[in-house]
Ligand binder design. Structure first.
Ligand code: CP
Length: 322
């Protein structure tokens, strides 16, 4: 209650959302509280709010996406913004136009918020320094995927009340995962104890500098976990083979029905998607009673409405101050 009162007085000041590493606990909680206010829109007969009426949001996705792209499109539409769907394949990028020139040209059409996914870590930051529009990172290289982590912690908070003291395992391909990086920042700032679990070949360089524990055996730690987040093995980002065989990986690190028997009965099972069924998680577990995977997707909509709302508010405020 006291926390809510404190957040009411809090003024959001960021017109870009590039990552969670620099955000405070209070700022992350403010985004979650704002998102919670938008959650009820999904159950209303009229699902729209006029919040971004007259504003233009462009979805600039240089990598494929199902969840993030459509969620941002729907979030912007529900806030009554006009939405431009930029696609690398049918744009002048194929003729050699740069990212900055592309964004500046879109901005010249009156774009207010750029949502960007790019294979290069740092692309959203670069963009935020080159254009006046708000920039929201929808996933950049191995760097960060802030709205995925926000919807992850939002979902955990909805399920468990709070992250304080929770033991959370993030399992699998940590090395190539921007989700893991943003999750680590969000989860630890909200008070959870995070353990990264996977083979040494899938641990990122510099893991010892992160505020996490590390385990190379899922069986050693599964009994202690309150929440388990299974990551996708990102074959498309790997140069060579990080493990001898898919079967072997599954045997040691897959979330199987058998392994679930050793977990706490109320363990929360998460996955950011897309799922490699039968590799990092068995279908019976992904679709089972402990899974919140589709709730994560549903919550992503409220979280992205909250983020679009807040960055626009900050831009309006900064415009007044200039
Ligand atoms: N979780 C996630 O980023 O999924 P998409 O690649 O489908 O956006």
């Amino acid at each position: 209650m006291r926390e809510k009162k404190k957040n009411k007085k809090f003024q959001w000041s960021h017109k870009h959302l590039i990552g969670l590493s620099d955000l405070s606990r209070q700022e992350i909680e403010f985004i979650l509280d704002t998102a919670q206010g938008f959650e009820k829109f999904s159950t209303r007969s009229i699902k729209k709010a006029p919040t971004l009426r007259g504003k233009v949001v462009v979805n600039m996705f240089f990598e494929d996406s199902t969840r993030t792209r459509n969620s941002f499109t729907l979030a912007a539409s529900r806030l009554s913004a006009d939405v431009i769907e930029f696609s690398k394949k049918v744009s002048a990028v194929s003729k050699g136009e740069t990212l900055i020139d592309t964004a500046r040209n879109l901005e010249a059409m009156g774009v207010d918020i750029v949502v960007i996914r790019h294979s290069a870590g740092g692309a959203p930051k670069l963009l935020s320094r080159s254009i006046n529009a708000c920039v929201v990172n929808a996933g950049d290289g191995f760097h960060e995927h802030p709205t995925q982590a926000l919807l992850d912690v939002y979902t955990i908070r909805r399920q468990r009340g709070s992250l304080d003291g929770l033991k959370i395992g993030i399992v699998g391909d940590i090395a190539h995962s921007r989700v893991a990086r943003s999750d680590i920042y969000a989860m630890t700032k909200l008070g959870a104890e995070v353990t990264l679990i996977g083979p040494p070949t899938l641990m990122p360089g510099g893991v010892e500098n992160l505020p996490v524990k590390v385990s190379y055996s899922l069986d050693d730690v599964i009994e202690d976990l309150d929440v388990i987040n299974m990551l996708r093995i990102q074959f498309e980002r790997m140069g060579g083979n990080p493990f001898p065989s898919v079967r072997e990986y599954s045997h040691y690190f897959g979330l199987t029905v058998d392994r679930m028997k050793r977990a706490k009965p109320d363990i929360t099972v998460m996955h950011p998607g897309p799922i490699n069924r039968g590799l990092e998680i068995e279908s019976e577990v992904a679709d089972g009673p402990n899974s919140v995977i589709l709730k994560q997707v549903a919550n992503g909509l409220a979280v992205r409405m909250g983020v679009l709302f807040l960055v626009n508010q900050a831009a309006i405020q900064q415009g007044k101050e200039e």
